[in-house]
Design a protein around this ligand. Structure first.
Ligand SMILES: Cc1cc2nc3c(=O)[nH]c(=O)nc-3n(C[C@H](O)[C@H](O)[C@H](O)COP(=O)(O)OP(=O)(O)OC[C@H]3O[C@@H](n4cnc5c(N)ncnc54)[C@H](O)[C@@H]3O)c2cc1C
Length: 480
């Protein structure tokens, strides 16, 4: 059925924003500030998407060079503009009166810089600004169709209160639906069969609607389709609710030795947990084992990874959650216990011996796998082992866009009236991670501004070309 033939109601706005996470909220607020009449539509019954579940750390790469070094496969134009706009975004947030920490936190995810923020305050402030400018903000309103006339995007169809269809006619549409991590079929298509094992560490509404809708208007995809953000979790876990997302994350894994189910190392552990999380996904059974000593357990595994997150005993929490673990006074004893999990004891011994010997001798490679200069071997017991599994918070691939937030087709040409922001944009992060909240807020502001300008100019042009006719809008009752 073509939904636009039988809608219950039609509304006219300048800009429709699809999704109320940090990028959609920023996009809608920015568009409203640039004079647009805005509708911000959210699928779920609450606002804020994954941003509302987040730790509130507003961070990204400190310099363009740092972005390029850490994320060599990232889109260099998007990355440069992101870093360039970061200070202005921070200044805007500070001016709003929402809490932003005075002191920066450095080395976030090994290389980033950022500030702890009141993310709920930021989201609420955006919604207040939209309403104050005469805009609409609606929950329980999934966008189910993108309208376009072959030349330009003309609006969307949203479903309200479960079955009422509302057509929004708009000069511009911004897709900010938060990525496709909730769509198992698409994860398998892009990431491979082990994607079935990824634990979903996200709001439940981000199931790829933005990418699917954009493709119906001819948008292209990007690089990075098989890479994603997430953290290692204990394996198995009895349950995984939203309140478990932060305490179960094993942020300190970069200070452990990480083995696969064959008893082998497979990556440089010091790359950091969000990269190890991806590497584990492609190992047998998508599982790994962290091995560490009392020093790591009592320091990094107890510290708060971000200010404001609170210090948790992550190992104890993992054990309580049901994770497989072992504790022993010596490393050989620990490996005996780990072997019971079905991992070859001899392989475990060879891998550990080679690693410890390489670190002690200042070597750089152990059994073919890089050992970083900063690697530290386990020293004093008790020694610990924890089985881990990967999770997915959002996907790094998405809609192809330029630095104005315009959606592009596969030839690189803008799709008139269509924009994307946040996790719906692809290629800004690619294997390496450039942050979620700050990139969302900043790319939202690119799209919001461009969309407001396009809607303002498009309205005049379209009115001249096609005068609106009375009775132009059909309703359910009228179209048999
Ligand atoms: C536990 C956790 C902690 C995190 N901590 C941090 C942190 O400290 N710092 C950081 O930088 N990042 C963090 N992140 C990541 C960050 O939250 C995301 O990167 C960011 O929220 C992405 O913004 P977004 O606007 O693209 O998507 P989201 O914030 O996820 O919002 C997308 C919204 O779109 C809605 N939607 C989807 N489809 C439709 C549709 N068809 N119609 C209408 N609405 C739709 C969804 O329901 C959702 O509400 C964290 C994430 C999690 C889960």
């Amino acid at each position: 059925m073509a939904h636009h033939e039988s809608v219950d109601e039609a509304r006219q706005v300048d800009v429709v924003v699809v999704g109320s996470g940090v990028s959609g909220s920023s996009a809608a607020m920015t568009a409203a500030r640039h004079g647009a009449k805005v509708a911000l539509l959210e699928k779920l019954d609450s606002f804020g998407g994954s941003a509302a579940l987040s730790a509130g750390m507003f961070w990204t790469a400190p310099t363009v060079e740092a972005y390029r070094t850490r994320i060599p496969m990232g889109n260099p134009e998007l990355g440069a503009r992101l870093v360039g706009d970061y200070q202005a975004a921070l200044a805007e947030l500070r001016a709003s009166g929402v809490r932003v920490a005075d002191e920066p936190k450095e080395a976030i995810m090994t290389f980033g810089i950022g500030y702890s923020t009141d993310i709920h305050g930021i989201l609420a402030w955006c919604r207040e600004r939209i309403l104050a400018a005469g805009g609409q903000v609606r929950a329980n309103s999934p966008v189910v169709e993108l309208l376009h006339d072959g030349r330009k995007v003309t609006g969307v169809i949203a479903r309200e209160d479960k079955d009422r269809l509302v057509r929004y006619e708009a000069g511009a549409v911004i897709l900010a639906t938060g990525g496709f991590q909730g769509a198992r079929d698409e994860l398998t298509r892009y990431i491979g069969p082990n994607a079935d094992r990824l634990m979903l560490r996200s709001n439940p509404g981000s199931v790829g609607d933005g990418l699917r809708l954009a493709r119906t208007a001819g948008a292209g995809g990007t690089t990075a389709m098989s890479t994603f953000y997430g953290h290692l979790l204990p394996y198995p876990v009895d349950r995984f609710r939203q309140e478990d997302y932060l305490p179960y994350s094993q942020y300190y894994s970069g200070s452990t030795i990480l083995l696969n189910m064959l008893g082998e190392r497979f990556t440089d552990e010091t790359e950091g947990d969000e990269l190890l999380n991806q590497a584990v996904t492609f190992q047998p059974q998508a599982r790994g084992v962290l091995i560490f000593d009392e020093h790591v357990r009592s320091t990094e595994a107890m510290e708060e990874p971000f200010p404001g997150l609170g210090a948790t005993d992550r190992f104890a929490t993992a054990v309580e959650a049901g994770g497989l673990y072992a504790v022993a006074d010596s490393l050989p004893e620990l490996l005996d216990k780990v072997a019971v999990w079905g991992i070859d004891r001899q392989a475990l011994g060879l891998t550990l011996d080679a690693y410890i010997h390489t670190v002690a001798s200042g070597g750089r490679v152990a059994r073919g796998i890089k050992v970083s200069q900063t690697a530290r071997a386990p020293q004093q017991g008790p020694f610990y082992a924890l089985m881990v599994q990967p999770s997915i918070t959002f996907t790094f691939g998405g809609v192809r866009t330029n630095t104005s937030g315009e959606a592009l087709d596969h030839d690189g040409q803008p799709i008139s009236g269509l924009y994307a922001a946040g996790a719906d944009i692809g290629g800004l992060s690619n294997y390496g991670y450039a942050g979620g909240l700050a990139p969302g807020y900043i790319t939202g502001s690119w799209a919001g501004r461009s969309a407001a300008e396009r809607a303002a100019s498009g309205t005049v042009r379209d009115r001249n070309a096609v005068p609106l006719r009375a009775g132009h809008l059909s309703t359910k009752g009228e179209t048999a």
